[in-house]
Every structure is written in C-alpha cells, then in structure tokens.
Design a protein around this ligand. Structure first.
Ligand code: KG4
Ligand code: ZN
Length: 352
C-alpha cells in the first residue's frame, strides 16, 4: 500500500510518499518539506494569511518533487491523504483542496487526516509499536497526553488549559529578544545557563489530573526579565535554563500522573510516544529517558524531522485509516478545530 500525504495546517508545507511494510511499520519513499520560518520570522510568529499564500506557492512544486524523488507516478499510488485540520483554516484549505483535486483527477480514494492523529500514529510508522500506548504531544499549538487505543480510538487524559508548551518557549524567547521559533533558541541559550538561579513556578505540579498550565510560568519569566534588565548574555542564559528546568519538571510530573491513571484503569501501555516540535528538545528527551528507565515504559521518540510537521506522518495516518476501510468523500470539510477524542468530538458537534 502506497499513499501520498499532504500537510499544510501550520507553517510547514510538505508532501510525502509512504509505503506500508508487509511486516508492519512504513517506509518513507519521499518527504519533501519547505519550512516558512523565514517568511514569518520578522513577525515573531506564524501569520495565517502569509502561511496560506506560501502553501499555495510551494505545494504543487513539492508534490511533484516528492513523486520524482520516490520515482513514483501518481497513478501508482493507492490513495491520497491530506490533513483536514486542526490548524490555520487558510492553510488547511490549500492542502485539503489540492488533495481532493488530485484524488478526483487520478480517480483515487481520498482520506481526510486529523493532524493530531498523524502526530500520535507516527511512532507506528517508525517503530511499529502496538496499541495501546501513551502519547505526549508537544507542539506550538497543542499539548496533550493521550491514550492511543487504536486507529480512531483516542482518550484524552490531559491537555493545556492555557498556552501550549511550544508557545511558552516561543513567548519566552520573544521576551528575551531571542529569534523565532523560540524553542531551539531557548534550548541553545540554556546550555550555557544555570538552571537553579531562578526558582520559577511549576504550575499544577502534583495535581491529580494530568493537565498543563504554562501562562503563569511564562509571566514569571517575563517579570524576572523586567526586574533584572538590562539583561546580560549570562542573565538570558540563566533565565532560559531555569525556565527549561521548570518545563522539564512539569512534563515529567504530568506524564507520571497520566501513566498512573492509565495503570489504575487496567490499561497496559506498550510505550510512551512523544511527538511535536518540542519533542526535539534534548533536555526534555533526556528527562523522559530517565522517566522511562524508572517506570519500565519504553520511550519511543521519532527522529526530530518526523516530530515536527511533515507529510510523511499524514501519509502514514492515511495508510492506517485506509487499512481499516476508512475513506472520505470529496465533500469532507476543513476543520480549524478538531478534537481527537470522542468526548471532545461530542462537545464540538454540540457547539456547531
Ligand atoms: O510540531 P511543530 O513543528 O509545529 C506545530 O506547532 O504544530 O512545533 C513547533 C513548536 C514551536 O513552538 C517551537 O518553538 C517548538 O515546537 N520547538 C521547540 C524545539 N524545537 C521546536 N521547543 C523546545 N525545544 C526545541 N528544541
Ligand atoms: Zn503539528
């Protein structure tokens, strides 16, 4: 089974070809991505209108490049998958419409993929892991702990009640005059810093529900930056290191609570899977590795280029859905908000 995947929900335009291995997992034949970081950097964040226009500029070209790189012709693919949300609606429409048009023209089945589902299933492509497992999604727009029970079967254990983790990194970077995107810049600055100089809060630590709250921590960093101004390079490094240390403690504590909840419910997760751009942070990865050693729960962290947004994860989610007969018709709509779990789904429909 060979699927073309298209991703345009945020600021990465990507097209990929993935083939399902007979023994499980997937082989990436091509994964062509253009990051729009340079187009948004001057604004300190993703500008939806610029993102949508850039997707239009890049997408056709990337699809052609992916087909060429994989030495595949469109008629050889078994299905076409595109992310239909959640995300910035203008961008989602570009990828979804392109996917539908190709499916129509080439007479192929079409699969509308939930972007979060694609992040959550990536580890099955790379590591062929078994259901159920615990997934920790950490990106610029999302922070969630999920029980992944099967394709289309997700239970949200906890999520953020304010900022996403990546967003907190981005905002802290902006406060400290570091470039966008903030995560890699903060991580780099933190290398030279003292994580114990500032005792920042660890919001919700020890709470029984594995939710996150990060806006208080972000504000604490800003207040300290104002108090210590003008900031030396050492101050910035110490602020970054102290902030990152707080994030690490929060991530581990919240994940520990989620695992405890799962085990209390009688679930035996096969692994802890991490995904999203923040999962490429080395300090967080190291802490999760220690946590994995303590709890006996294997850690599965796809390589950084598959943790950030990419077309291969959309193609793989398409393969997973197609394998159980889930295809969509061409009237399927773009969804700016699209919660993964049934509970969220019910809430969403209630509102609509
Ligand atoms: O998954 P992603 O590429 O895009 C979405 O938001 O969907 O994640 C991007 C986010 C940004 O907020 C970025 O600052 C953060 O991930 N990020 C990091 C690191 N690399 C990227 N955060 C912390 N440490 C990093 N090394
Ligand atoms: Zn993402």
């Amino acid at each position: 089974m060979l699927v073309l995947g298209i991703e345009t929900t945020c600021d990465e335009t990507s097209a990929a070809l993935v083939r399902k291995n007979p023994q499980g997992g997937g082989a990436i034949l091509a994964n062509e991505t253009i990051s729009q970081i340079a187009r948004h950097a001057a604004y300190g964040g993703v500008v939806p209108e610029i993102a949508a226009r850039a997707h239009i500029d890049y997408l056709d070209h990337l699809i052609r490049r992916a087909l060429q790189a994989a030495e595949i012709e469109l008629r050889q693919v078994d299905a076409i998958a595109a992310a239909a949300g959640p995300g910035l609606i203008g961008g989602v429409l570009v990828g979804l419409t392109a996917g539908k048009a190709l499916a129509f023209a080439a007479n192929k089945p079409f699969i509308a993929v939930n972007h979060l589902e694609a992040h959550a299933l990536t580890a099955r492509m790379t590591d062929n892991i078994a259901f159920p497992y615990l997934a920790l999604l950490m990106s610029g727009g999302h922070t969630q702990l999920l029980e992944v029970r099967g394709v289309g079967e997700y239970a949200r254990l906890g999520s953020t009640i304010d900022d996403a983790i990546g967003e907190a990194f981005d905002k802290v970077a902006k406060t400290l005059g570091l470039p966008y995107p903030g995560g890699p810049a903060v991580e780099k600055a933190a290398l030279a810093g003292d994580p114990e100089r500032f005792a920042f809060p660890r919001p919700l630590l020890g709470r029984a529900q594995p939710d996150f709250s990060l806006s208080g921590l972000k504000t604490a960093v800003r207040n300290e930056a104002v108090r210590s101004a003008p900031l030396t390079e050492k101050d910035v490094a110490d602020l970054c290191a102290s902030f990152q240390a707080a994030i690490v403690d929060v991530v581990i504590d919240r994940t520990r609570v989620a695992l405890r909840l799962l085990r209390e419910r009688g679930s035996a997760p096969s692994a802890l899977v991490v995904a999203g751009g923040v999962a490429s942070n080395a300090a967080i990865r190291r802490a999760l590795q220690r946590f994995s050693g303590e709890t006996g729960l294997p850690l599965v962290a796809p390589p950084p280029e598959l943790c950030t947004d990419n077309g291969a994860m959309i193609a793989w989610a398409g393969i997973e859905r197609f394998s159980i007969g889930r295809v969509d018709d061409l009237t399927v709509r773009a969804r700016p908000r699209w919660p993964l779990d049934a509970q969220g789904e019910a809430r969403h429909h209630g509102k609509a």
